[in-house]
Each structure stands twice: as structure tokens, then as C-alpha cells.
Design a protein around this ligand. Structure first.
Ligand SMILES: NC(=O)c1ccc[n+]([C@@H]2O[C@H](COP(=O)([O-])OP(=O)(O)OC[C@H]3O[C@@H](n4cnc5c(N)ncnc54)[C@H](OP(=O)(O)O)[C@@H]3O)[C@@H](O)[C@H]2O)c1
Length: 280
């Protein structure tokens, strides 16, 4: 959360509708239930093929395919549909949106607040959020953006997403790049862990052992940076003894483009995220 936001927002009066119970809608739902900050009976999740989210009902949340009914039961509306589905969805919701009661949090990539406002009008606070799949285990990195006049709504959105991980308030123009870093980023690190486990197999471990070793080592490295507020290079210096095996491995990886592959991949993901609307 940012220093400018109200950090004492209570979850007690929040009732949440998650419109679009797909990958990310489901992850947010699971995280909100897991963290316990909101009673599951105050969460409703929708999708048209409602049978695919019936299992969420077992967690105590309501599942349904009636978006307007979900709106009537909620004050926070998290929208998690694909970009090309957003316009029709918002047009369907518009008649039931109540200024002073509802706020919209859109996790949809590539569609900005101005476009959403063009459909729902000026009186509904709109927040853009870019979480990732680790919301399901309350370890998301979620970036948030809003217009200046909606700081109160932004505080509420940040308080909500703080329950499912870390939040960072950014300028709206950076939400698309944040998609590459945070949302796509999960896949980049999965691939990095898979590569490390394949290396582990090459040097003598069974695949399950190698995967466990790679994933826990990645988790430990990330925790060292987060808990100790350290820079990666400072931590790398502690592992690289002169003429040692770590620096030899690192330099070989760089010779094959390790850092530049990650940077170039992230850049192209950000470019694609910009182009996504109407093409997914
Ligand atoms: N996946 C991620 O890690 C991630 C992270 C951050 C942001 N996002 C963004 O979040 C959005 C969703 O991504 P996703 O990966 O979760 O896609 P997804 O799995 O396809 O989920 C979209 C969901 O929306 C539902 N839906 C579509 N139209 C609907 C309607 N009119 N009413 C109710 N539900 C409706 C779909 O179900 P039915 O077809 O059954 O209705 C589907 O379950 C995208 O814009 C994406 O850019 C995704």
C-alpha cells in the first residue's frame, strides 16, 4: 500500500462481486476466503458456465450466472473477464450501477479507466488492478491505479488486495507494463524454475527431487530479497567466491543471454499486452 492512502480501511462493510470466475477471478476468490478478512457469505462469483465454479460454493461463497443479482448484493465489483468481453458486460451492468454504493475494480488488461468510464459514466469510482495467480495463496503482487479524485476508493481496493498479497500503487500508464512484470511474470519464473530443475536432473537428481530443490531454492532467494530488503547483486556477492563454481555458472548463463532473454521477453509481453484488446 502507498503512504498516501488510508491504511485503516475496514473490510467489515465490504461485499464483493467477482464477475468472471476464470483463472484470476478464481484465484482472487480463493485468496479472499483463505485470508479470512471477508466472510465468504459476502463474496459472490459469477460466470456464464456456472457449473465450472460450483466447487467454490464449497468454500462458502455464492456462485451464480446472474451478474445483475451479484451487483445488487455487493458494493465492490471486481471485473475479471477477457478484454473483448468487457464492453458488453459493462453495458449490461450499467443500469444497475449505483453511484455512492458501487465501485469497480477492473483487472482486465489493456482497457483503461477512460474507456470504462465512457460506458459506466462519471459517478462510479473505477480502479485498475493487476494481480497475479498467487492471489490464491495470498502471495499476489498487485499493482493498482486510479484517478486522483478516487483516493478513497483506491484505499479500499488496496486494503482488499492487501489481503491476498502485496500491493503497489502506480500511475495508470504503467498498468500495462505491470501486466508483463507481475501477471506474465509468474510464468517467467515458472519457466526459470523448470530450467533449474532440468539442470538439476543433468547433474544427477531425479526429476521430482530436482523440481523440489529448484522451487524451494527460488522461494528462499525471493524471501531473502523481500524479508531483508536486499538487492540481488548484494546477495549474489555472498555466494560468489573468487574462482568459484557460482560465478562460473553465472557467467556461462550470461554468455547464453540469461538476463537479456528475461528483459527482452518482458518487453515483448508488455507490447503484446498493449495490443490485446479485441484480439484474445
Ligand atoms: N490469468 C492471469 O494470471 C491474469 C492476471 C491479471 C489479469 N488478468 C486479466 O484478467 C482477465 C481474465 O483473465 P483470465 O486468465 O482469468 O481469463 P479466463 O480464465 O478466460 O476468465 C474469464 C472469465 O470470464 C467469464 N465471463 C466472460 N463473460 C462473462 C460475463 N458476461 N459474465 C460473467 N462472466 C463472464 C468466463 O466464463 P464464462 O465463459 O463461463 O462466462 C471466464 O470464466 C483478462 O482480462 C486478463 O488480462 C489475468
Amino acid at each position: 500500500m502507498s503512504k498516501d492512502l488510508n491504511e485503516s480501511v475496514s473490510m467489515e462493510s465490504e461485499t464483493v462481486a467477482i464477475i468472471g470466475g476464470g483463472n484470476i477471478g478464481r484465484a482472487i476468490t480463493e485468496g479472499l476466503v483463505r485470508c479470512g478478512a471477508i466472510d465468504p457469505t459476502r463474496i459472490v462469483v459469477t460466470r456464464r458456465q456456472v457449473e465450472l465454479i460450483n466447487d467454490l460454493a464449497g468454500m462458502g461463497v455464492s456462485v451464480q450466472n446472474d451478474n445483475l443479482d451479484a451487483l445488487k448484493r455487493s458494493n465492490v465489483i471486481i471485473i475479471a473477464v477477457r478484454p473483448r468481453q468487457l464492453k458488453d458486460l459493462l453495458e449490461g451492468l450499467r443500469p444497475e450501477l449505483e453511484p455512492g454504493r458501487h465501485m469497480i475494480i477492473s483487472v482486465v488488461s489493456g482497457i483503461d479507466i477512460r474507456e470504462i468510464r465512457g460506458i459506466v459514466g462519471n459517478d462510479i469510482p473505477i480502479i485498475r488492478a493487476m494481480p497475479n495467480l498467487a492471489a490464491s495463496i495470498c502471495e499476489s503482487m498487485t499493482c493498482l491505479a486510479a484517478e486522483k479524485e478516487h483516493n478513497d476508493a483506491l484505499s479500499r481496493a488496496a486494503a482488499l488486495f492487501d489481503n491476498v498479497g502485496h500491493t503497489l500503487v502506480i500511475d495508470e500508464e504503467l498498468i500495462v507494463p505491470a501486466t508483463a512484470v507481475c501477471a506474465c511474470g509468474v510464468a517467467f519464473f515458472f519457466r526459470a524454475i523448470r530450467a533449474a530443475s532440468q539442470g538439476g536432473i543433468e547433474v544427477g537428481f531425479h526429476s521430482e527431487e530436482a523440481l523440489e530443490m529448484a522451487a524451494q531454492t527460488a522461494k528462499g532467494a525471493a524471501s531473502l530479497l523481500i524479508n531483508g530488503n536486499m538487492h540481488p547483486e548484494a546477495e549474489i556477492d555472498k555466494v560468489t567466491t573468487p574462482r568459484g563454481c557460482t560465478i562460473a555458472g553465472l557467467n556461462k548463463m550470461e554468455e547464453f543471454g540469461f538476463s537479456s532473454a528475461m528483459i527482452k521477453g518482458m518487453r515483448i509481453s508488455a507490447e503484446k499486452a498493449e495490443e490485446l484488446v479485441n484480439k484474445d
